[in-house]
Design a protein around this ligand. Sequence first.
Ligand code: DGL
Length: 271
Amino acid sequence: MNIDNRPIGVFDSGLGGLTSLKRIKALLPNENIIYFGDTARTPYGSKSIDTINRFSQQITEFLLTRDVKMIAIACNTVSAASLELLKQKYPEVPFIGIIDPMVASLPDLIKDNSTVAVIGTEVTIKSKTYEKAIKQSLPKIKVISQACPLFVTLIEEGLHDSPVMDALIHYYLDDFITENQPDYLILGCTHYPLIKHKLASIYPGIILLDPAFSQAEKIEELLICLNLRADSEQKAAYNFYASDLSTTFRQMIGTIMLDEQYSLKFTELKI
Ligand code: DGL
């Protein structure tokens, strides 16, 4: 069996991808990780596809200078906008998006004939990536979606536990939930697990689905399939990079890493 201790690259527009990293870390505790958060340029979700393509290529180039063996896109917006382009431009790199693994695991998670709601950024929702993929694999499922553009900005500001966040949730989702009565709600943005507790208490009875779990499982499957697993005896190293070392980014890493060792560095990406 081959052992490959090169790191897995994980990236997001900001701190949201840390919710995915938490799942990867829990499932694959011996895999070295390089995380990049583009905190200086977040949010991506209301930017043009061209800009998101450019940013995600820059981040890929940066991660490749760190000799990553695989890149996990911990961002629904980039997965919707740029995954296919990245695969074409860097055919030698195994990329894993976050939308496909979620959709692939749905048959095991949801009941037939149910209604699934997807919430995400403007780019993710407008792309209809979730809707098309779900309809293709599960034609009996009703899929509805709603963009919640300001959630990311508030979360990056560290306001995910504030009354402003409650007001914004009601503003974007009350009518949508009342009209459609979904059985499940896919958190189609990696920032949203940080407000999962609020969504659960405002809309009890709806089952919340966090794609980070399926993505971590898919990463494990791919590592096995490509023979890229790290030494199972080793303790993983975690290196975080951000284009702006914001207070919230630092705090969020602290809550995930607790008293474990890690490094955190600023890195500038030239446009
Ligand atoms: N966490 C990103 C996602 O999953 C947020 C996108 C943004 O920066 O707007 O879509």
